[in-house]
Design a protein around this ligand. Structure first.
Ligand SMILES: [Zn+2]
Length: 350
């Protein structure tokens, strides 16, 4: 009896697995991966990527392609994993679980939250001046009262902006193969996501550095919000959606980033004696360098331009750009944590 049941179970399993194989083969026949010249015009963007394209796939099939190998797989996963890391950081901070935050920050090569007492002993990112512990202990009595007066929201604004950007980007790469209309809509969402990430990145440094001079806080935060809004309006105009404006779009993002030089130089002059100066500068320089290198890959389309077809699946410029965006965001996260702690500890006494 048992043998009979076992036989039927094995037979059924084989039957269902062979059915699944047939279904998969049929699907592959109906939705084959295409070469560049077989693509509809709206999808012809990078002629150095020659094969493994998806085009006009139903949403369900596109969703399943998350686990298939095509020329967008790594573009989707680089930002999806980045999104999950930021979800972990947000949940860890919200739940006030330092171990979770420490684990992820250490994994990303950054400053563990428990090491705030002596940043220079954990990292060798230049001649960091150790925090004056005497000064710190004399201030510690006030920390609790200041913790309530130093809001966390600018830090979470940045985390939300980063999560929105990374998720919208990976969704854009996953579903852009569905139809022309959705492709255009998702591209717009992707650009809006990048703009929101840049705007929200300004919130922690500007808010905490200029917390004791609220008029500068207002000027800079209003300034970047206006610039960001104008950028979104410009990017959403249908005339700028085509591939030939790629460099112009990159220029818009870089200009937004360069606006940050004004408050950065101002903050550096105003807070020259800040004990956290060098470590935050190191983080912010790492962020700026990551975004800059990423943008250079995005615009130049290196390395696929050198060997068309060689980097269709792995190593194409867009994947490298994505990795640098995530690294830049993580560096900025490290800096934002220091800005928040620094203001919480020092208050407006310096
Ligand atoms: Zn992308």
């Amino acid at each position: 009896m048992d043998q009979t049941v076992c036989f039927f179970t094995v037979a059924n399993t084989r039957n269902s697995s062979s059915k699944e194989t047939i279904r998969r083969r049929n699907r592959e026949k109906r939705y084959p991966l295409l070469s560049f010249h077989e693509l509809p015009d709206y999808m012809k963007d990078n002629d150095y990527i020659l094969n493994y394209y998806r085009a006009n796939w139903p949403l369900k099939v596109a969703l399943r392609s998350l686990f298939q190998c095509h020329n967008e797989t790594l573009n989707i996963w680089t930002h999806l994993l980045g999104f999950l890391v930021f979800v972990g950081l947000t949940v860890g901070n919200l739940a006030d679980v330092p171990q979770v935050v420490d684990f992820i920050t250490m994994f990303s090569g950054q400053l563990p939250s428990s090491a705030e007492g002596n940043v220079s002993s954990k990292l060798s990112l230049g001649p960091v001046k150790p925090i004056d512990l005497q000064q710190k202990s004399s201030l510690e009595g006030d920390i609790n009262s200041r913790e309530t007066s130093t809001p966390n929201w600018p830090f979470y604004v940045f985390l939300c902006g980063s999560m929105f950007c990374l998720l919208s980007s990976s969704m854009c790469h996953l579903f852009c193969c569905h139809s022309r209309r959705l492709n255009e809509y998702l591209l717009q969402l992707d650009y809006v996501g990048i703009t929101i990430m840049i705007i929200t990145s300004f919130f922690p440094p500007i808010y905490y550095i200029f917390q004791c001079t609220p008029h500068w806080q207002f000027v800079y935060l209003t300034g970047i919000t206006i610039i960001g809004t104008c950028t979104v309006i410009t990017l959403l105009s249908p005339a700028l959606m085509s591939g030939k404006f790629r460099s112009f779009r990159a220029l818009l993002f870089v200009s937004m980033g360069l606006f940050g030089l004004i408050p950065a130089v101002h903050a550096l002059v105003a807070n020259w004696n800040d004990p956290y100066r060098n470590i935050t500068l190191a983080y912010e320089s790492a962020m700026a360098l990551s975004y800059l290198i990423g943008t250079l890959f995005y615009v130049s389309r290196v390395p696929e331009r050198w060997k068309p077809g060689w980097f269709d699946l792995v190593g194409q410029s867009h994947q490298v750009f994505h990795v640098f965006v995530v690294m830049g965001a993580l560096a900025h996260y490290g800096a934002a944590q220091i800005f928040l702690r620094c203001r919480t500890q020092i208050g407006c006494n310096n």
